[in-house]
Structure formats: C-alpha cells, structure tokens
Design a protein around this ligand. Structure first.
Ligand code: C2O
Ligand code: CU
Length: 479
C-alpha cells in the first residue's frame, strides 16, 4: 500500500564514479561573528547542484546562495542574527527559522506572520539566538515544492562553553525524487503522495551530495549534528559497531543516552546531535545504513579510518550540554487539550461511513484533519487560544495509519508521555514523531505571544490540510 520508490542503490548511481568524500558546508560564520549590523544575505534563486558525483551532470534546483544546502549560519548563543532574504525565484517565498524561538513577526510564515516576499523583493529578518543547538531554515510558502527543490540550510548556535570533541560535523540529510536523466521529478504536491507517506524520493544526499565516504581517525571523537531536511523520508540510522550517544534532540540538550535499539530515528525537520567515539582500528571501514523502511534498507555512507590512530582509548570528556533558558511547564496546573489527527489512506475517515463527505473534502485537496478540520491555507481560526505565560498539555492522538512529525512554532515542548507511559528523558522537542495510532502528550509554557503554526512536517500532509494555528494571547481578557 505504501507508495515508496525503492532507494536507488548507490552502486547503480555511482558506478565508475570517482571516490568523492563528504564536503563540509560553506560557513557564513565570519560574517556573523563580526557582530556587524550588516545582514547576511540569503538569496533564493534557481541554480544547479552537483548532487551526483562526477562524471554525472548537474541537477536544476532552487537554492540559497547558489548552494545546496544554503550557507551555514553559525553564531554564538545570545548573538543577534540579521538576514536579508532576497527572493530571486519566480514565485513568492519566505524564510522560517525552524526551532528558533523568534518573535512572531520574524517566524517567516506566509500570510500568518508576514506577507510573502514578492518576486524580486527582499525582507530583513532579525532575532536573537536564545537557545544553543542545531537548527535550520527553509521557506514557509509552498514548502512542498520550495523545500523539495533544495531551499534549506543549517543554522548552528554554539554553546558559550561547547563540549569537548575533536570535530564538530553537520550532516544535512535530504531525499530527492530524481528522474533517470538526473533532474528532479516534477510531480510536486500530487495527491497520491499527499494521501500516503508524502514525497518519498529515490536519492539520498548528505550536505547536498550522494555520499560515498568520510575519513575518520581511530580514537577520534566527533559531534555529529544530524538534520533531516527531507519532505517526507524518515531516517533510521544504524552506525554498526559504533555506539553513538544522543546528547541533543531538536537542538535541545537531553541526558546523554544510547538510542533505542541502537537506531537513530529522525523524522522530517527533526535534529539529533550525537557524540561518536571512533573505536575501530586504522584502516577499518564501517558502513552507516539507513534501516528505517523495512526491506528498503540501504548503505548511506562509509567511514574510512586513516592509517594512524589519534588516541588509543576513549576520552572521558563530558557529553553533558548546559540547558537552554526554556520555561518548564507546570504539569500539575497545566490545562489539558485533546488534539486528534485524522485522515489519509486507510484512515478512519476513509473507512467509515464518512466516505461521501470525504470525497467532497478530497476534491478540495483536504486529506488530513486536526480535530476534524483541514486547513485550506494558513489563515484560519486558531485551534487553541492560550493565555500568555500559562502551562498546557496537548494530548495528541494519531488516528491515522501513517507516522507524522508534528511541529509547533515559536515554542519548545517537553514530550512527557507516549501511550500513557511517562517518557524517560522528558525530552525537549519542537517536532515530535507520532507512530500510527500512537498517543503522545507534550507540555509547554505558552510564553511567546502570537499566532503560531502547528502542523505535520511531511510537507505533502501539511499542504493537504494537516495544520492549524495555536494563538498565544498577550491579554487573555481581549478576544
Ligand atoms: Cu520547519 Cu512550519 O516548519
Ligand atoms: Cu503527516
């Protein structure tokens, strides 16, 4: 039933290709670190990208500053970020700073927090980096196509005192649906993808390239920042004999722990920071496999150990990150709200007697529902109106046959329970995966005033109705 295109085996695509190694991201750090008032420029425009290794040709994409991913923004916690967004696409756009707690007007949601940036127009974003961690940016206007064509980039906020590692590496993962001639398949936003698991592609890249190998040294400790920029693909990374330790989720510190079953699961838009000690021997080769989709496992990349060891034993440096300044929800006093997700293929709405009305809804492109409503464009009555400064628990229930990464803007929440069981780490997240039929409770303080998007980050689900608005009201006595 799932409409998944099997992964192109790397062997197929890369036969005879030169051994490429993962290239680092191009940083804009220098510009930012100067703390000048001069903004960074992010120019959204059509360009070409070498997603496939030589001798294959380039792919037409849309990108920021001519590169996929767009320039890495790297600042220190507390810095002010100023970005001049230049729209040189042939359609309107915006930039959203995923996971960053910006003031509402800087959140970059077209028609909700700002007018979209017109063709050839500019818009200046300006906000403080309150939280250290791994974040990213992408458009929030026709995202199913703009993100899917390559508009995204990493935003790294360094801790005042980072943990000690030998290397800090970012992997921005993406999944493309490519045709045989190496171009992007044009079927963005089609209803088949929307009804099923979204636009799952056939080509996975790390930092905009089909990865081949990454050089490491025996004894080396790497902080690996994983960011899932795919429209719909969920990754489940298996690092084989290595023991990655999860130290942050969605940029927020978490008690260092081994991932469940040793597999690092990352839904669309989510981030996971891991610390990896390379415990192999000089000359070893170790594959990282993506094992998320049953029977569609594939080898993502190989670590290749150099001939010399950096050190002989695992360092005893701390992996504990300092917490970010987040308001802790008062669980006892929190107001509880039921949020039910419905729709999609094989969902309750399709199966029951609601079939007639469902067909009508589908003709309008409404396939997914939150509390019975499908969003037809971003402006709508809020699902919830919350008084500023109060604690809330969203008791979310996934009554569909599909997993959904659910994202709340402007806030970071604690995941407090799954199917009624308290979570072990009370992890802070801005995007939480819900398995089919799963119940997930999240808690947060509504401490950032404004109208905030709340949606599934599978872009095709969002476009087909799976979003709503949560209003945080400055003064609860006004309506
Ligand atoms: Cu990453 Cu509403 O977005
Ligand atoms: Cu979804």
């Amino acid at each position: 039933m799932t409409k998944q295109v099997p992964m192109t085996r790397r062997g197929v695509l890369c036969t005879g290709a030169a051994f490429a190694s993962l290239s680092p991201l191009s940083p804009m750090r220098a510009a930012v670190a100067q703390q000048s008032d001069e903004p960074l420029r992010l120019r959204a425009a059509p360009s070409k990208a070498g997603l496939r290794p030589a001798p294959y040709g380039l792919t037409d994409v849309w990108s920021y500053n001519g590169a996929v991913p767009g320039s890495e923004i790297r600042v220190r916690q507390g810095d002010r970020i100023r970005v001049l967004a230049e729209n040189r696409l042939e359609e309107e756009t915006t930039i959203h700073w995923h996971g960053i707690r910006t003031p509402n007007a800087m959140d970059g949601v077209a028609f909700l927090t700002q007018d979209p940036i017109p063709v050839n127009g500019d818009f200046q974003y300006e906000f403080d980096a309150l939280d250290a961690g791994t974040f990213w940016y992408h458009p929030h206007q026709r995202s199913f196509e703009q993100l899917g064509r390559g508009l995204y980039g990493p935003l790294i906020v360094e801790e005042a005192e980072p943990i000690r590692v030998d290397r800090d590496v970012t992997w921005m993962l993406d999944d493309w649906r490519m045709t045989n001639d190496g171009q992007l398949s044009n079927d963005f936003g089609n209803q088949g993808d929307a009804m099923h698991g979204g636009r799952i592609g056939n080509t996975v890249t790390i930092n905009g390239q089909i990865p081949d190998r990454m050089a490491v040294q025996a004894g080396e400790r790497i902080r690996l920042r994983l960011i899932n920029a795919a429209n719909a693909r969920i990754f489940g990374l298996d690092f084989g004999d290595l023991d990655p330790v999860v130290i942050a989720m969605d940029g927020q510190p978490v008690a260092p722990h081994a991932p469940d079953d040793g597999i690092i699961v990352i839904g669309p838009a989510m981030r996971v920071d891991v610390v990896i000690d390379f415990t192999g021997k000089p000359g070893d080769l170790l594959s990282v496999n993506d094992v998320y989709y049953k029977d569609l496992e594939f080898r993502l990349v190989d670590f290749v150990y150099g001939s010399e060891a950096l050190r002989q034993s695992v360092p005893d440096w701390s992996m504990v990150l300092a917490p970010n300044p987040l308001a802790d929800p008062d669980i006892k006093k929190a107001t509880r709200h039921q949020i039910v997700f419905n729709g999609g293929m094989m969902g309750q709405m399709m199966m029951g007697d609601g079939m007639g009305s469902m067909m009508g809804q589908m003709r309008q492109g409404n396939i997914w529902f939150i509390n019975g409503k499908a969003a037809n464009g971003p402006i709508m009555d809020p699902l919830l109106t919350l008084p500023l400064g109060t604690s809330h628990i969203l008791e979310m229930e996934n009554r569909t046959a599909w997993p959904h990464p659910i994202h709340l803007h402007g806030h970071t929440f604690r995941v407090i329970a799954r199917n009624g069981q308290a979570t072990q780490y009370l992890e802070w997240q801005d995007t939480v995966m819900m398995a089919p039929r799963e119940k997930v409770d999240i808690a947060f303080v509504a401490d950032n005033p404004g109208d905030w998007m709340f949606h599934c980050h599978i872009m095709e689900h969002q476009a087909a109705g799976m979003m709503g608005v949560i209003r945080v009201e400055l003064d609860a006595t006004k309506t």
